[in-house]
Design a binder for this molecule. Structure first.
Ligand code: SAM
Length: 195
Protein backbone atom coordinates (compact mmCIF):
# COMPACT_ATOMS: atom_id res chain seq x y z
CA UNK A 1 0.00 0.00 0.00
CA UNK A 2 1.57 3.28 -0.95
CA UNK A 3 -1.29 5.73 -1.30
CA UNK A 4 -1.91 8.00 1.71
CA UNK A 5 -5.64 7.49 1.19
CA UNK A 6 -5.35 3.79 1.77
CA UNK A 7 -3.83 4.02 5.27
CA UNK A 8 -6.28 2.68 7.84
CA UNK A 9 -6.51 4.19 11.30
CA UNK A 10 -9.49 2.55 12.97
CA UNK A 11 -8.04 -0.59 14.63
CA UNK A 12 -11.51 -1.93 15.33
CA UNK A 13 -13.27 -5.26 15.10
CA UNK A 14 -12.13 -5.85 11.54
CA UNK A 15 -8.45 -5.38 12.41
CA UNK A 16 -8.53 -7.81 15.34
CA UNK A 17 -11.35 -10.26 14.97
CA UNK A 18 -13.25 -10.16 11.68
CA UNK A 19 -12.70 -13.56 10.11
CA UNK A 20 -13.40 -12.13 6.68
CA UNK A 21 -11.18 -9.04 6.90
CA UNK A 22 -7.43 -8.73 6.31
CA UNK A 23 -6.36 -8.22 9.93
CA UNK A 24 -5.51 -10.77 12.62
CA UNK A 25 -8.73 -12.71 11.94
CA UNK A 26 -8.99 -13.51 15.63
CA UNK A 27 -6.50 -11.84 18.00
CA UNK A 28 -5.99 -14.28 20.87
CA UNK A 29 -3.60 -14.56 23.77
CA UNK A 30 -2.25 -17.91 22.60
CA UNK A 31 -1.91 -16.98 18.96
CA UNK A 32 0.72 -14.29 18.60
CA UNK A 33 4.13 -15.78 19.19
CA UNK A 34 6.87 -17.61 17.32
CA UNK A 35 7.07 -21.34 17.92
CA UNK A 36 4.87 -21.08 20.97
CA UNK A 37 7.11 -18.48 22.63
CA UNK A 38 4.70 -15.65 23.30
CA UNK A 39 5.57 -11.96 23.64
CA UNK A 40 3.75 -11.78 26.99
CA UNK A 41 5.91 -14.58 28.32
CA UNK A 42 9.05 -12.83 27.07
CA UNK A 43 7.94 -9.56 28.68
CA UNK A 44 7.26 -11.21 32.01
CA UNK A 45 10.62 -13.01 31.96
CA UNK A 46 12.41 -9.77 31.16
CA UNK A 47 10.77 -8.01 34.11
CA UNK A 48 11.54 -10.89 36.45
CA UNK A 49 15.17 -11.10 35.36
CA UNK A 50 15.78 -7.34 35.48
CA UNK A 51 13.88 -6.46 38.62
CA UNK A 52 11.37 -4.32 36.70
CA UNK A 53 8.62 -3.31 39.12
CA UNK A 54 6.49 -1.02 36.95
CA UNK A 55 5.69 -0.95 33.25
CA UNK A 56 3.49 0.59 30.57
CA UNK A 57 2.48 -1.27 27.44
CA UNK A 58 1.96 1.10 24.49
CA UNK A 59 -0.27 -0.47 21.84
CA UNK A 60 -1.54 -2.93 24.45
CA UNK A 61 -4.48 -4.15 22.33
CA UNK A 62 -6.59 -6.50 24.48
CA UNK A 63 -4.13 -6.26 27.37
CA UNK A 64 -2.50 -9.67 27.23
CA UNK A 65 0.93 -8.39 28.25
CA UNK A 66 -0.55 -6.22 31.00
CA UNK A 67 -2.43 -9.25 32.34
CA UNK A 68 0.72 -11.36 32.36
CA UNK A 69 2.82 -8.67 34.04
CA UNK A 70 0.26 -7.99 36.75
CA UNK A 71 0.04 -11.71 37.49
CA UNK A 72 3.82 -11.62 37.98
CA UNK A 73 3.55 -8.75 40.46
CA UNK A 74 4.54 -5.90 38.11
CA UNK A 75 2.57 -2.66 38.43
CA UNK A 76 1.48 -2.52 34.76
CA UNK A 77 -0.97 -0.50 32.67
CA UNK A 78 -1.74 -0.47 28.94
CA UNK A 79 -2.44 2.27 26.42
CA UNK A 80 -3.88 1.87 22.93
CA UNK A 81 -5.79 3.94 20.37
CA UNK A 82 -8.22 1.09 19.75
CA UNK A 83 -11.47 1.66 21.61
CA UNK A 84 -12.53 -1.81 20.52
CA UNK A 85 -9.52 -3.61 22.02
CA UNK A 86 -9.31 -1.49 25.17
CA UNK A 87 -12.98 -2.14 25.92
CA UNK A 88 -12.30 -5.87 25.83
CA UNK A 89 -9.28 -5.42 28.11
CA UNK A 90 -11.32 -3.39 30.57
CA UNK A 91 -14.18 -5.91 30.52
CA UNK A 92 -11.55 -8.37 31.67
CA UNK A 93 -10.65 -6.08 34.56
CA UNK A 94 -7.36 -4.85 33.15
CA UNK A 95 -6.05 -1.30 33.71
CA UNK A 96 -5.93 -0.26 30.08
CA UNK A 97 -7.01 3.03 28.60
CA UNK A 98 -7.60 4.60 25.22
CA UNK A 99 -4.54 6.70 24.55
CA UNK A 100 -2.21 6.67 21.58
CA UNK A 101 1.47 7.52 21.37
CA UNK A 102 0.61 11.19 21.08
CA UNK A 103 -0.11 10.90 24.82
CA UNK A 104 3.56 10.14 25.42
CA UNK A 105 4.57 13.11 23.27
CA UNK A 106 2.24 15.30 25.36
CA UNK A 107 3.72 14.11 28.65
CA UNK A 108 0.77 11.90 29.57
CA UNK A 109 1.33 8.34 30.74
CA UNK A 110 3.14 7.15 33.83
CA UNK A 111 6.86 7.25 34.53
CA UNK A 112 7.88 3.62 34.96
CA UNK A 113 10.86 1.28 35.08
CA UNK A 114 10.08 -0.09 31.61
CA UNK A 115 8.00 0.91 28.63
CA UNK A 116 6.94 -1.82 26.23
CA UNK A 117 6.21 -1.01 22.61
CA UNK A 118 5.45 -4.21 20.73
CA UNK A 119 4.55 -3.94 17.07
CA UNK A 120 2.93 -0.54 17.28
CA UNK A 121 5.38 2.36 16.76
CA UNK A 122 5.16 2.13 12.98
CA UNK A 123 1.53 3.22 13.16
CA UNK A 124 2.71 6.68 14.17
CA UNK A 125 3.21 9.32 11.47
CA UNK A 126 6.89 9.70 10.65
CA UNK A 127 7.01 13.40 11.52
CA UNK A 128 5.65 12.60 14.98
CA UNK A 129 8.24 9.93 15.81
CA UNK A 130 10.91 12.23 17.39
CA UNK A 131 8.37 13.81 19.77
CA UNK A 132 6.86 10.42 20.64
CA UNK A 133 10.27 8.88 21.39
CA UNK A 134 11.34 11.91 23.42
CA UNK A 135 8.11 11.58 25.39
CA UNK A 136 8.67 7.86 25.94
CA UNK A 137 12.20 8.62 27.13
CA UNK A 138 10.86 11.01 29.78
CA UNK A 139 8.56 8.24 31.01
CA UNK A 140 11.32 5.61 31.13
CA UNK A 141 13.50 5.07 34.20
CA UNK A 142 15.40 2.04 32.90
CA UNK A 143 14.27 0.19 29.76
CA UNK A 144 12.40 0.44 26.50
CA UNK A 145 11.45 -2.92 25.02
CA UNK A 146 10.52 -2.39 21.41
CA UNK A 147 9.61 -4.51 18.41
CA UNK A 148 9.11 -2.62 15.19
CA UNK A 149 8.29 -3.97 11.75
CA UNK A 150 11.21 -2.57 9.83
CA UNK A 151 11.29 -1.93 6.14
CA UNK A 152 11.87 -5.27 4.50
CA UNK A 153 10.60 -7.34 7.46
CA UNK A 154 8.19 -10.09 6.51
CA UNK A 155 4.82 -9.57 8.15
CA UNK A 156 2.01 -12.05 8.56
CA UNK A 157 -0.59 -9.30 8.34
CA UNK A 158 -1.16 -7.25 5.20
CA UNK A 159 -0.26 -3.93 6.74
CA UNK A 160 -2.62 -1.33 5.36
CA UNK A 161 -2.38 0.41 8.75
CA UNK A 162 1.35 1.19 8.81
CA UNK A 163 2.32 4.85 8.56
CA UNK A 164 6.11 4.71 8.92
CA UNK A 165 8.16 2.25 6.90
CA UNK A 166 11.86 2.64 7.62
CA UNK A 167 14.86 0.32 7.98
CA UNK A 168 16.19 -0.82 11.32
CA UNK A 169 19.14 1.63 11.18
CA UNK A 170 16.76 4.58 10.82
CA UNK A 171 14.77 3.52 13.89
CA UNK A 172 17.95 2.92 15.90
CA UNK A 173 19.11 6.44 15.05
CA UNK A 174 15.79 7.96 16.08
CA UNK A 175 15.87 6.02 19.33
CA UNK A 176 19.49 7.05 20.01
CA UNK A 177 18.61 10.70 19.36
CA UNK A 178 15.85 10.39 21.95
CA UNK A 179 18.31 9.00 24.51
CA UNK A 180 17.77 5.25 24.22
CA UNK A 181 20.90 3.08 24.16
CA UNK A 182 20.61 -0.10 22.12
CA UNK A 183 21.59 -3.08 24.28
CA UNK A 184 20.67 -6.24 22.38
CA UNK A 185 18.09 -8.06 20.31
CA UNK A 186 15.96 -10.63 22.10
CA UNK A 187 13.54 -12.98 20.29
CA UNK A 188 10.44 -10.86 20.94
CA UNK A 189 11.85 -7.34 21.18
CA UNK A 190 14.98 -5.20 21.14
CA UNK A 191 16.25 -4.01 24.50
CA UNK A 192 17.16 -0.34 24.97
CA UNK A 193 18.36 1.24 28.19
CA UNK A 194 18.49 4.89 29.11
CA UNK A 195 21.67 6.93 29.43
C1 SAM B 1 0.31 -5.21 15.56
S1 SAM B 1 -0.76 -4.76 16.90
C2 SAM B 1 0.24 -5.22 18.30
C3 SAM B 1 -0.56 -5.43 19.55
C4 SAM B 1 0.24 -5.94 20.76
N1 SAM B 1 1.23 -4.96 21.20
C5 SAM B 1 0.93 -7.24 20.44
O1 SAM B 1 2.17 -7.28 20.47
O2 SAM B 1 0.23 -8.22 20.15
C6 SAM B 1 -0.66 -2.99 16.87
C7 SAM B 1 -1.39 -2.27 18.01
O3 SAM B 1 -1.04 -0.89 17.96
C8 SAM B 1 -2.20 -0.13 18.24
N2 SAM B 1 -1.98 1.22 17.72
C9 SAM B 1 -2.11 1.67 16.46
N3 SAM B 1 -1.83 2.97 16.36
C10 SAM B 1 -1.47 3.38 17.61
C11 SAM B 1 -1.07 4.62 18.17
N4 SAM B 1 -0.95 5.73 17.42
N5 SAM B 1 -0.82 4.68 19.49
C12 SAM B 1 -0.92 3.56 20.26
N6 SAM B 1 -1.30 2.36 19.80
C13 SAM B 1 -1.57 2.25 18.49
C14 SAM B 1 -3.30 -0.92 17.56
O4 SAM B 1 -4.59 -0.59 18.02
C15 SAM B 1 -2.90 -2.34 17.91
O5 SAM B 1 -3.42 -2.75 19.16
Amino acid sequence: MTSEDSVRTDFGFDYFDDLKATGYRGYRKDGNGDDNYLPWEAGREFCEQNNVKSANDWGCAKGYLVEELIAAGVDAVGYDVSEYAVEIARENGLPCEVMGYEGAADGRGREVDANFSLGSLMYVEEDQIPAVLAGLRRLTRRYLLASIFYEGTRQDLPDVWRKTTRPKEWWREQLADAGFVFEREEPMFDVFSVK
